[in-house]
Design a protein around this ligand. Structure first.
Ligand SMILES: [Cu+2]
Length: 129
């Protein structure tokens, strides 16, 4: 028969061990992405963007969020002309089935164009005001 004090000691050490394991697991988990309330959020699903027009404040740097729900890779490139013409104002490499949060920087005011470089039919206009 184990003395009650040894019982408590064993229970306490087991509890400490479980807590340490839980802490280690929580630390290893990838945190859910978060973004500012005024971020430009675009969702890609079934090879379509959920918007054809992005309205972006030109005076301050803003944040772009792409939520890609497809296993297909998608990205967003902002260019001064439609398709692959004109200058690139912003782009990032395509991602699959994930959410990316990126600083847009300060874009020049004007009417621009965006597209997915993998699926150019996924496109729209950008209004920087
Ligand atoms: Cu795409």
């Amino acid at each position: 028969m184990v003395a009650p004090s040894r019982h408590i000691a064993r229970f306490t050490s087991t509890l400490v061990l479980v807590c340490l394991m839980l802490t280690a697991c929580a630390g290893a988990a990838t945190p859910a992405p978060s973004w500012p309330a005024d971020a430009i959020v675009v969702t890609a699903k079934d090879r379509q963007f959920d918007t054809k027009e992005l309205q972006i404040k030109g005076d301050s740097s803003s944040t772009l969020v792409l939520i890609n729900k497809d296993s297909d890779p998608h990205n967003i490139a902002i260019r001064t002309r439609s398709g692959f013409d004109g200058d690139v104002l912003f782009r990032f490499d395509p991602v699959s089935a994930s959410t990316v949060v990126l600083p847009l920087g300060t874009l020049p005011k004007g009417n621009w164009f965006f597209l997915c470089e993998v699926h150019p039919a996924m496109s729209g206009t950008v209004f920087v005001y």
